[in-house]
Design a binder for this molecule. Structure first.
Ligand SMILES: NC(=O)C1=CN([C@@H]2O[C@H](COP(=O)(O)OP(=O)(O)OC[C@H]3O[C@@H](n4cnc5c(N)ncnc54)[C@H](OP(=O)(O)O)[C@@H]3O)[C@@H](O)[C@H]2O)C=CC1
Ligand SMILES: N[C@@H](CCC(=O)N[C@@H](CSC=O)C(=O)NCC(=O)O)C(=O)O
Ligand SMILES: [Zn+2]
Ligand SMILES: [Zn+2]
Length: 370
């Protein structure tokens, strides 16, 4: 029996307030309005950014109760008025950076940061200022325009990438954030050139994906830098040539690295969100041309610093969101690369949980067990 046009009752992991465990609740999911789609979510990753906002350190994370999750995969259940690019049954990956193809940003050809709905998305509501979720009679907010920790969610049409239905959603859901972010930062934002030297600070899902991207661009040396040595096993499998634990040295890590590499790297990446590491990454760049890409998300009120002389002498600081990837146009191609065995995804799945056990996944994020 079709559920189109009906309110759907389903389970979701609801965050009732900062730093509280998520609570599995029955929620009501309203039908999609004009320009919206309702999606049955079959799989979701848990990203460090979910944990960051749940912790209360995100200046935009003041909307409670909310349903987190932004790294999912699902099947379109129903569509609202005027939706033309997807239909019920299509397999999709939700996009926390939409692609409207009409705003100044989309048309610029310079960025993936579509800004058509950024303001309402950052306040946890749909463009009409309302939400599609309720729980126990209370309004529940959306998160990053996705809310994949629910069995059903409502997204904008411009916030879904239609993908090949042959792709297993429990794998390619990771392309909804971590893998695409790191891989894209290496191949699009930095546009690493063959023979380059690369340093990756932080070897979680994002950093490992930078390593994979650097290897695909035939970087000559790829340094993996992390304080947890067991991360190096994965880093080496994905192409790291050198593995460094900063705790093994008495000197600042940037000094160590510059000495080891005859002046520093062509490209460095911060994949930790730690502002001291961001500085070390910038200062590990080669004089004259080295570029450092910030990917990690830092806590509210934190700032980066370095001596301006570092920039004056030719190092450059950049940032990357979702790897610079335009979701609707480019993400389906990454799914094809996965199906063609050109892009590693399976290795990134270290553990799987039922929705009921989602707090265990958050515990693992905090303990480094992922
Ligand atoms: N810009 C974007 O579009 C996106 C940004 N992000 C952000 O990217 C960052 C990385 O995400 P993810 O890979 O999932 O996170 P993880 O926590 O899995 O990985 C970060 C790694 O860095 C390590 N680390 C911490 N401090 C240092 C240090 N001083 N030197 C070297 N390594 C260190 C961590 O160790 P330990 O666990 O011990 O701290 C961990 O192994 C997060 O801040 C996340 O919010 C994520 C997705 C998209
Ligand atoms: N709300 C935070 C910023 C969070 C942030 O930077 N998000 C990244 C994606 S992180 C994914 O896991 C992003 O894409 N940013 C672009 C954007 O427009 O938000 C804060 O205010 O600090
Ligand atoms: Zn994420
Ligand atoms: Zn746009």
């Amino acid at each position: 029996m079709s559920t189109a046009g009906q309110v759907i009752k389903c389970k979701a992991a609801v965050a009732w307030g900062p730093a509280k465990p998520l609570s599995i609740e029955e929620v009501e999911v309203a039908p999609p309005k004009k320009g919206e789609v309702r999606v049955k979510i079959l799989a979701t990753g848990v990203c460090h950014t979910d944990a960051y906002t749940l912790s209360g350190k995100d200046p935009e994370g003041e909307w409670w109760p909310t349903i987190f999750g932004h790294e999912g995969g699902g099947i379109v259940e129903s569509i609202g008025e005027d939706v033309t690019s997807v239909q019920p049954g299509d397999h999709v990956i939700p996009l926390y950076i939409p692609e409207c193809r009409e705003c100044k940003f989309c048309k610029s050809g310079k960025t993936n940061l579509c800004s058509l709905v950024r303001s309402t998305q950052g306040r946890g509501v749909m463009p009409d200022e309302t939400t599609r979720f309720t729980c126990k009679g209370q309004k529940v907010y959306h998160y990053m325009g996705c809310s994949t920790f629910s069995q059903y969610t409502v997204l904008l049409e411009i916030s879904v990438a239609k993908i090949n239905p042959k792709a297993p959603l429990d794998k390619v859901c990771l392309l909804g954030c971590g893998i695409t972010t790191g891989y894209g930062a290496a191949t699009k934002t930095a546009n690493i050139q063959p023979g380059s030297t690369v340093a990756v600070f932080g070897c979680g899902g994002v950093g490992l994906s930078v390593i994979q991207g650097a290897a695909s661009r035939k970087a000559s040396r790829i340094f993996a830098i992390d304080t947890i040595p067991k991360k190096f096993e994965f880093a080496k499998k994905l192409g790291a040539t050198d593995c460094i634990n900063p705790n093994d040295f008495d000197k600042p890590i940037q000094q160590v690295l510059v000495e080891m590499t005859d002046g520093g790297f062509d490209y460095t990446f911060d994949c930790t969100g730690n502002t001291n590491v961001m500085r070390a990454a910038l200062e590990s760049c080669h004089k004259g041309w080295g570029e450092s890409i910030i990917i990690g998300v830092a806590g509210a009120g934190e700032e980066i610093s370095t001596r301006p002389f570092q920039l004056l002498t030719g190092r450059a600081w950049k940032g990357s969101a979702f790897g610079g990837v335009k979701g609707r146009s480019e993400l389906p191609n990454l799914v094809e690369d996965y199906l063609d065995k050109k892009l590693e995804v399976d290795m990134f799945i270290t553990q799987q949980y039922k929705l009921e056990d989602i707090n265990k996944a958050f515990d693992n994020i905090h303990s480094g067990e992922r």
